[in-house]
Design a protein around this ligand. Structure first.
Ligand code: 5GP
Length: 148
């Protein structure tokens, strides 16, 4: 059962944390990393993960790491909303394959929503690197201005 699997240190987010795989980084501190989703469901779709917690999901993450992640989720959501001006924003977190989880390192999705635009298919449809780079630069600048 994917809710109780043991943590695989080779999962893609663990590789990103170690620097073994690339990402479009938005924010990083000692405990938390935020980056753009490679298969965005909307413009500005970002992911926030704990760096020091080898946790698959909400059941096994320690509460201190979770609190640090959620604090960054809130700050980053404020910046994304301010910069991209979506009409709504979804904060999502999936646990176990039947719930939609595909990467088994706990993470929180920030998904801006725009009136009249449907949600893209989950974890499908890779974004163009040039678009991700442009968006990354825009959001990194906005994050720097915000002082988070
Ligand atoms: P989950 O389905 O586990 O809740 O979310 C995993 C998310 O990671 C999906 O939205 C998927 O698009 C994204 N994703 C999968 N592989 C990569 C990758 O290599 N890099 C990045 N930045 N995102 C990824």
């Amino acid at each position: 059962m994917s809710l109780t699997i043991s943590y695989d240190p080779q999962n893609i987010f663990a590789q990103i944390i170690r620097g073994d795989a690339p990402c479009y980084r938005l924010y990083e501190d000692d405990d938390v990393l935020a980056f753009l989703d490679l298969f965005p469901q909307s413009f500005g779709h970002a992911l926030v993960i704990p760096k020091r917690s080898a946790a698959c999901n909400i059941l096994d993450v320690d509460s201190e790491a979770l609190c640090k992640v959620m604090a960054v989720v809130q700050k980053l959501t404020r910046v994304i909303v301010d910069e991209l001006q979506p009409d709504g924003v979804q904060i999502a977190q999936f646990n176990g394959a039947p719930a939609g989880q595909t990467v088994f390192h706990i993470h929180v999705h920030i998904v801006p929503r725009y009136a009249g635009e449907g949600l893209g298919v989950h974890a499908a449809g890779k974004a163009e690197p040039a678009e991700l780079e442009k968006l990354q630069a825009r959001l990194v600048e906005a994050i720097a201005r915000s002082g988070i």
